[in-house]
Design a protein around this ligand. Structure first.
Ligand code: F6P
Length: 490
């Protein structure tokens, strides 16, 4: 952490993301603070806390808009402020076009390849462009120097790096794409492909979670724009400027803040079982995500159905608690997913349940990090069955939560995290039968084996934590700045 601040000492850091790290909501109990369910926030918040500076994000809470004067620019985290949260306000029309439309009906399914057809509306794209320009205005207004380090986050801002470059040519722009990048052929169906590539190549450094995503991006550059690609250095020269393309596997802070103040694993086990109305000896699996079709929630329920059919001895002895935080509910396919999951849970509970026993508990509400960590500590197993995921930080959080070194992680081969957490039970979420087997294997795994696997995974997450993720990116940025400075002097 200290190295991070040193690396940046004397530089101005501005982070830009759509999602804000703290949401102020107006409730019957006054203004309350919510930490959103977002891997991006989980990763970047500790970094911004360590570096200081400004975080520019969309103001999304219900309290914000009514009290713009107070909540326009807030010092956060509450109680120990170390950076400024600068909110950008969006109209409903802007959110519909930019966030729901272009970003989440267009780019999200395009990049995830979860067999949901992307929707490309010209009107959405115009709004996406306009909102990116609005954020560029905010970054320029916040910048106190002509050469800030700007950390642009995610698929909401593909055009922003170029827009910032045009107005702050000496800025060091590091962009990180938090979701997968598809192969060039798949990306090629996007009507905005050239503009997206042009926008991203305004960055000094462009990061993805894995080398495979970097390779896919380079293939797309090669296929769709005039440029020179140096494959040895993974660098693209475009319009006379160079962009480095690099893999930076994102991670979590170690130890995670939510672990502080947690009760012992035994106490968590007892408390969670009591809250869920389960007997103390009930075996428990957990899944924790936003209600998103990329997360494979339906597929994991089908696997539980298979488990209870093929291994009926688990009936009455195993419960799966699925936390599903509502998300993007304005979009029809997100609402349909929730309806489908609720119907499937009911059906499985009717077919395999008995008086007083329901194998699936669907907990449809946002859970704060403390509650999530308590569930992780209470569980015998955790399932991450994404159909496709850039990294997936839930998998890493589960591992970090288990300081007792027990518990089994069942992890999709199609989540970036499977590259690093190879000691999980790696599954194909599309194969309900094999996943059902994995559940049984997890439930019967001897404690010694659980510990061996968990220790290796914990070493990995401890070592490759989020400070390292940010440190590598910022180190690359600082080298670049030094080189540019020397070149200017020469
Ligand atoms: O990491 C991918 C991501 O889309 C982030 O950009 C985002 O914060 C998170 O998932 C949750 O999505 P949303 O901000 O749309 O609720």
């Amino acid at each position: 952490r200290a190295a991070l601040s040193n690396e940046l000492s004397g530089s101005e850091v501005i982070v830009v993301s759509n999602r804000e790290p703290y949401i102020h909501n107006r409730t019957d109990n006054g203004i309350t603070l919510q930490i959103p369910a977002s891997g991006l926030v989980a990763a970047l918040e500790p970094i911004t806390r360590a570096c200081g500076g400004t975080w520019v994000a969309h103001g999304s809470g219900t309290a914000d808009r009514e009290t713009v004067d107070t909540y326009d620019r807030v010092a956060v985290p509450p109680g120990h402020p170390s950076y400024t949260l600068r909110r950008v306000w969006l109209t409903e029309e802007e959110q519909d076009g930019y966030y729901y439309g272009a970003a989440n009906e267009g780019l999200w399914p395009l990049c995830h390849i979860a067999f949901v057809r992307p929707v490309f509306r010209e009107t959405d794209w115009r709004m996406y462009r306009a909102v990116n320009a609005k954020f560029a205005d905010a970054v320029v207004a916040e910048a106190k120097r002509e050469d800030p380090v700007v950390l642009v986050q995610d698929y909401h801002f593909a055009l922003l790096p170029r827009m910032i470059r045009e107005r702050l040519p000496r800025a060091t722009i590091v962009t990180f794409w938090h979701i997968p990048w598809p192969n060039a052929e798949t990306f090629g169906i996007c009507p905005w492909r050239e503009e997206i590539i042009d926008g991203l190549l305004g960055s000094s450094i462009l990061g993805f979670h894995t080398q495979a995503h970097c390779n896919h991006f380079l293939e797309a550059v090669d296929a769709y724009v005039e440029s020179r690609i140096d494959r040895e250095r993974d660098a693209v020269t475009y319009g006379g400027e160079e962009t480095l393309i690099r893999p930076y596997p994102i991670s979590i802070e170690w130890p995670p803040a939510a672990l502080a103040g947690q009760k012992s694993v035994e106490e968590c086990r007892a408390a969670v079982r009591q809250r869920l109305g389960l007997p103390p000896e009930m075996r428990l699996g957990v899944g924790i995500e936003r209600f998103d079709y990329t997360k494979g929630i339906i597929d994991r329920m089908k696997a539980i159905d298979t488990l209870l059919t093929d291994y009926p001895e688990w009936k009455g002895h195993f419960v799966f608690a699925q936390v599903a935080a509502p998300t993007r509910s304005k979009l029809a396919n997100y609402r349909q997913l929730q309806e489908e999951a609720e119907a499937l849970a009911r059906d499985i509970n009717v077919r395999h349940g008995t008086e007083g026993y329901e194998p699936i508990k669907l907990l449809v509400r946002h859970h704060e990090p403390d509650e999530v960590f308590e569930l992780f500590r209470a569980a015998d197993l955790c399932v991450v069955s994404s159909l496709h995921d850039g990294m997936n930080l839930v998998a890493k959080e589960f591992v970090a939560a288990r300081d007792d070194e027990a518990g089994v992680l069942i992890l999709s081969a199609f989540a970036g995290a499977s590259r690093e957490l190879a000691e999980a039970l790696i599954v194909n979420p599309y194969n309900a039968h094999a996943m059902g087997e994995a559940f049984n294997r997890a439930l019967t795994m001897p404690l010694g084996e659980q510990r061996e696997r968990m220790r290796l995974m914990r070493d990995q997450v401890r070592e490759r934590n989020v400070y390292r993720w940010a440190g590598q990116m910022l180190l690359a940025a600082s080298r670049l700045r030094k080189r540019q400075r020397i070149r200017r002097v020469i």
